[in-house]
Design a protein around this ligand. Structure first.
Ligand code: MN
Length: 229
């Protein structure tokens, strides 16, 4: 325990500018029904107002007993999870991870879906052969994910921010494996069950129609230390 305490006390905890002591459920940038028929309004409302809120509330409840971490950024908490007190480590992993993944999920979709721009398109071709092959690999990886979790398009810093597909169990995040999340697709049944029932493949096929490629490209540009294109 002394090692952990020393680590924490010598580490500056970065806080968000103007952050409150509590994490907040981000408002959706569209109405619940705007993604219908790909995502029905009831699923959107339950997913955001109940599921995502539960992660935010759970994270805040855990941190309430450790005020020294209140105000820390979510990224810092997730990346320094193993140095946190054991009493909150699991909650930060599960609840903090859930808050992180869902925040990225809402930013990965849009009522105004459009194909990727030329820069991202070229890089997808380079990494996966073609856009069709990328989509096939993404869906295939998602179908192989056993149980709940996520499929992500990520940028990998150790590969010069090249593109990869990863799957993550439960509420693990790309931060856990040193990746930058560009697109997040939720594979928990609560994300698709009302419309697609047990057909995860149907959810994945439909999901392409609401992907926000512009937001993915912006995240990728922000992640890279310099854009060489
Ligand atoms: Mn979810």
């Amino acid at each position: 325990m002394s090692t952990q305490a020393a680590f924490v006390s010598s580490t500056t905890i970065p806080t968000s500018p103007g952050s409150t002591s509590q994490f907040e459920l981000p408002a959706l940038p569209y109405a619940y029904a705007d993604l219908d028929p790909v995502i029905d309004a009831e699923t959107m409302q339950l997913h955001h107002d109940k599921h995502h809120r539960a992660y935010v509330d759970g994270l805040n409840a855990a941190l309430a007993t450790f005020p020294e971490y209140r105000g820390a950024t979510l990224e810092w908490l997730l990346q320094n999870r193993m140095a946190l007190p054991s009493e909150i480590r699991t909650a930060v992993h599960n609840m903090g991870g859930g808050h992180y993944n869902h925040s990225l999920f809402w930013q990965s979709i849009t009522p105004r879906g459009a194909p990727p721009g030329i820069g991202l398109q070229r890089s997808l071709d380079w990494a996966f052969g073609s856009f069709d092959q990328f989509q096939h690999a993404f869906e295939s990886a998602a179908l192989k994910q056993f149980g709940s979790g996520w499929v992500y398009l990520v940028a990998t810093p150790t590969l010069n921010y090249g593109l990869e597909i990863v799957t993550l169990a439960n509420q693990d995040t790309p931060l856990d494996i040193g990746r930058v999340g560009l697109l997040a697709c939720d594979l928990w049944e609560h994300a698709y069950y009302l419309t697609y029932r047990n057909r995860r493949a149907g959810w994945l096929k439909a999901w392409w129609d609401v992907v926000d490629w512009g937001a993915a490209a912006e995240r990728w540009d922000r992640a890279r230390p310099c854009v060489t294109e």
